[in-house]
Design a protein around this ligand. Structure first.
Ligand SMILES: Cc1ncc(COP(=O)(O)O)c(CNc2co[nH]c2=O)c1O
Length: 409
């Protein structure tokens, strides 16, 4: 597999030339949000300059043009994740809203006492808090598949929890804290063996590796545009068509109806039934441009680049005696991020020192507070990589650790 031309890629991100206090930014916070290449920014600007109009096929050229752009963005997403078609691709605001859509439109109506919602201990709050609250409102139990000391799922425990009481398994594809790549197809098979649904949180997977929802056979799959070189304000909920057809919407308004009388209303076709009001049209154009841009590079090459950079970062950090790294060894079941702590230095202090060197990392609980409780630490520092990161940037990260030791350890 030919390596990425990182320098050519970096030329499409002017933001990576930014300097603070005379130092060039080193952006290692990609699990939080990725940067946006010129072609994506240009596509959205061009939309506003040349095609902007409200959609739902108004009787004028601009509306028809904007409607087709918006509708075809759904087709492009379906092709990218190997969904059957636009009917299985709902545009939301972000992964969080995609999780809530299923929780409200399916969970509230289908769950009750005696049902079990099976999560994992490494879930992001977007999934964990959502299903925890739905469990409280419906009387369903919420249980968590344990992780082992390497940050991998305990699949024996998974098989124990995913039994005939399980109604849905909601699991993260790639952990945003541990980097663990979970066996989502196996979890889905287990769920289906017991007539339970499978909902996979792909926020840290779709941007970084090939994802085929049909191969996984997930019933629902969620991700965000801003984590895959696309804009904020747009996310995707993939859902199997027969499930989305059966589900009642939980957000009402214009654009999602077929017929409205004073007495009642009927709902429009998929995916529009779940997309009320004026949607994020420019963001849909931007998301399609991001998919084009990523596929131009190739998802396999992106995954290989990230594995190589994460492996290098893991190995450099593992050489430091006072550094504790969370999650599996480098390899196929670790994604492109490394979370760690330095003995005697709080993660926030470390991130602050990194910022003195204009190195952008994330410090905190990464919206996985129960996982950090389980790890026995209040916070961690996370370096997360994307297509434009280099080994030299990892070297700068490691070199800055000494400043933190001098000041805090
Ligand atoms: C695994 C996972 N699930 C869901 C979300 C929520 O995505 P959103 O709805 O687009 O915000 C995130 C975002 N994770 C992070 C956002 O900032 N730092 C992070 O690690 C995530 O990493």
């Amino acid at each position: 597999l030919e390596a990425l031309d990182v320098e050519a890629i970096r030329d499409e991100f002017p933001i990576l030339e930014r300097e603070f206090d005379g130092q060039q930014v080193v952006y290692l916070d990609n699990a939080a949000t990725t940067q946006t290449p010129d072609p994506v920014v240009d596509a959205m600007s061009d939309y506003y300059r040349e095609s902007n109009a409200n959609i739902h096929r108004g009787i004028h050229h601009l509306s028809q043009e904007a409607s087709i752009m918006y509708e075809e963005a759904h087709d492009r997403v379906a092709e990218f994740i190997n969904a059957d078609g636009r009917e299985e691709v709902i545009f939301t605001k972000n992964t969080t809203e995609s999780e809530n859509l299923v929780a409200y439109a399916w969970g509230l109506n289908e769950l009750g006492p005696g049902d079990r919602v099976v999560l994992t201990e490494m879930e992001h709050h977007a999934s964990l808090v959502t299903w925890q609250q739905i469990g409280q409102r419906t009387g369903a139990d919420v249980e968590y598949i344990r992780i082992d000391e390497d940050g991998r799922l305990d699949m024996d425990h998974a098989r124990e929890l995913i039994d005939d009481d399980a109604a849905i398994v909601s699991a993260v594809h790639v952990s945003n804290t541990l980097g663990t790549v979970n066996p989502v197809a196996e979890l889905t098979d287990l769920a289906h063996e017991h007539d339970a649904l499978s909902f996979i949180d792909g926020a840290q997977a779709v941007p970084n590796r090939p994802v085929d929802v049909e191969a996984i056979d997930a019933d629902f799959y969620a991700f965000s545009g801003h984590k895959m070189a696309g804009p904020t304000g747009i996310g995707v909920l993939y859902g199997k068509q027969h499930l989305l057809e059966e589900m009642e919407p939980y957000l009402y308004g214009g654009g999602m109806i077929r017929k409205v009388t004073f007495e009642d209303s009927t709902w429009g076709d998929l995916p529009w039934k779940f997309e009320p009001g004026t949607p994020q049209i420019a963001e849909a154009v931007g998301l399609e441009a991001a998919i084009d841009w990523l596929e131009e590079i190739g998802m396999e090459r992106i995954a290989a680049h990230e594995e190589e950079i994460a492996r290098y970062a893991y190995e450099r950090l593992a050489d430091e005696d006072d550094v504790e790294i969370y999650g599996p060894e480098p390899g196929p079941d670790r994604g492109g991020l490394v979370s760690f702590n330095i003995e005697g230095v709080h993660a926030h202090d470390l991130a602050s020192i990194m910022n003195d060197h204009t190195i952008a990392v994330r410090a905190g609980d990464h919206c996985t507070q129960p996982l950090h409780d389980k790890l026995g630490v209040p916070a961690s520092t996370r370096a997360s990589f994307y297509v434009y990161n280099t080994r030299e940037e990892v070297d700068k990260l490691v070199a800055a650790l000494d400043d933190a030791r001098e000041l805090f350890a």
